[in-house]
Design a protein around this ligand. Structure first.
Ligand code: GSH
Length: 129
């Protein structure tokens, strides 16, 4: 089982690398403004978890420079996730607001929807015209 999991993990990482999505291009000032906001976000994840790969690919497509924290390899990140989010489950997005309030978002689909609606609002709500 351990071997099967390791092979599947390696395959996921290989396919992800071969089919790396292209990032959207923004004006430099617009990207800088988004980069400033994404310093307040961190993705707790595992390298070869397919749900985490899905979120990382969405981040890459949207050119979101969000710090990733490997909760399998780092005891510190694992502990932060457990204490802050309440569950040892990945992916989980740590969101700090302008007042320093922190919230934790689980579920890859919810994380992707959140990122798209916050940073690519035109993708989330296509213009019918
Ligand atoms: N429905 C979740 C599934 C997440 C999930 O199953 N993650 C696995 C790693 S691939 C996990 O954290 N498992 C640990 C656990 O459930 O305790 C999502 O889409 O994010």
């Amino acid at each position: 089982m351990v071997v099967v999991r390791a092979v599947l993990g390696a395959l996921i990482l290989l396919l992800n690398w071969v089919f790396t999505p292209k990032s959207i291009k923004r004006e430099a000032n617009e990207q800088a403004a988004i980069d400033a906001q994404t310093t307040k976000l961190a993705l707790y994840q595992y390298a070869a978890c397919p749900f985490c790969v899905k979120v990382r690919r969405a981040m890459k497509r949207s050119a979101l420079n969000i710090e990733t924290r490997d909760a399998k390899r780092s005891e510190q990140f694992k502990e932060e996730l457990l204490q802050g989010g309440g569950q040892l489950k990945v992916p989980c997005l740590r969101i700090e607001d302008d007042n320093g309030e922190v919230s934790w978002m689980y579920e890859s689909g919810d994380i992707i929807s959140y990122l798209e609606s916050r940073f690519n609002p035109t993708d989330a709500e296509p213009n019918p015209a």
